[in-house]
Design a binder for this molecule. Structure first.
Ligand code: SF4
Ligand code: SF4
Length: 340
């Protein structure tokens, strides 16, 4: 699913490989741990004209893949037109849907077509209906089964399981065993791998900051989930990043309010914005070193415990978790259970 040669070339040349593009914040899945405060109604979104220009800029920047994000990207009426254009520009379409829209056979079919050169990811943090309800209190009675049926529909249309992912967010609200059961279910029943993210420590606006503690998973719980993920990947151990540090560096994001940041989960106040600071092409070149987190490419700038870590070839910790914890973009990942 990743063009390893292009990713390596992008990292080695201080370039970009992937653009995370938030087309709007509307979402109906209601995850209580949502890092971007998605809402059931649109509050922020990028115009069609802006998205069109961003895709052209992405190509000009040498980007290989568009990570289509929301909210729920499939709730945008023009999403398939944009994905078709991205495909025509030679960009891979990686779709990150919650999964609920796949209950519509027409939508599922269009996703299969649009993502034939990329991937389709859904979001099911638990396959236990009681746990799912706890993580999505506003969910409809049949949401979980509808998402799973949508996944099976996509597979039945001939889309390969090897191009699908279940993207999960692990929080302290969920026992590690339940997350492991969910990873097991997707792998054994559907042949689909899991993409793991550990809670980024943001809370929805208006939430009591003291509420944060219950969202933060304990280190042994994180370690247990990582152990299962290592088994999936078959590489012995996996980085703390949701991806490799190379992918983390070579990714940039345009948020639904127009901000341009190193990652969609890094929501920096005062970030350059495509509404006021020029095109994505202009901003990406003017702020390249920040967007690729260039300082960390020099081992001398890594957080102390990362400098001699055995995972250093692929890991530098999640920059978003360090940022959200107030340690700065270059700080130590607070969820690392290996070396503190
Ligand atoms: S900052 Fe964190 S969430 Fe974003 S790409 Fe890097 S590791 Fe993944
Ligand atoms: S110490 Fe740093 S490099 Fe090692 S696993 Fe933790 S975050 Fe990754």
């Amino acid at each position: 699913m990743i063009d390893a040669d292009r990713l390596r070339a992008a990292y080695d040349s201080d370039g970009f490989y992937a653009l995370q593009l938030e087309v709007g914040d509307k979402c109906e899945q209601g995850c209580i741990y949502c890092y971007m405060n998605a809402l059931p109604v649109v509050k922020n979104s990028l115009s069609d004209e802006l998205i069109s220009g961003i895709l052209s800029d992405a190509r000009a920047l040498g980007i290989a893949a568009i990570e289509w994000l929301g909210g729920e990207p499939l709730l945008r009426g023009t999403i398939f037109e944009h994905m078709a254009r991205a495909g025509a520009l030679g960009l891979r379409n990686n779709l990150w849907t919650g999964g609920l829209p796949l209950r519509d056979p027409d939508v599922a079919g269009k996703c299969v077509e649009a993502c034939k050169n990329g991937l389709i990811s859904v979001h099911v943090s638990s396959v236990d209906p009681r746990m799912y309800k706890a993580l999505h209190p506003a969910a409809g009675e049949h949401d979980l089964e509808d998402i799973l049926a949508g996944v099976e529909r996509v597979l039945a249309l001939g889309y390969p399981a090897s191009r699908m992912l279940n993207s999960v967010t692990f929080t302290g609200l969920q026992p590690a065993g339940d997350m492991v059961d969910t990873i097991d279910y997707f792998e054994r029943e559907l042949g689909i791998a899991t993409s793991l993210n550990v809670y980024h420590t943001y809370l929805r606006p208006g939430t009591d900051p003291g509420d944060l503690a219950r969202f933060v998973p304990a280190p042994p719980e994180v370690a247990r989930v990582f152990e299962r993920m290592a088994e999936q990947d078959g590489h012995g151990a996996i980085p703390m990043n949701c991806v490799s540090k190379q992918y983390c560096s070579a990714t940039l994001a345009v948020l639904c309010d127009g901000s341009v940041t190193p990652c969609a989960t890094i929501r920096e106040p005062g970030a350059p914005n495509v509404h006021v600071d020029g095109s994505l092409f202009t901003i990406a070149n003017a702020h390249r070193d920040h967007l690729i987190i260039k300082e960390l490419k020099d081992p001398a700038n890594l957080p102390g415990s990362c400098r001699a870590c055995e995972m250093g070839g692929t890991c530098w910790g999640c920059r978003s978790r360090a940022f959200a914890a107030g340690r700065g973009l270059l700080g130590k990942d607070p969820r690392c259970f290996r070396h503190q």
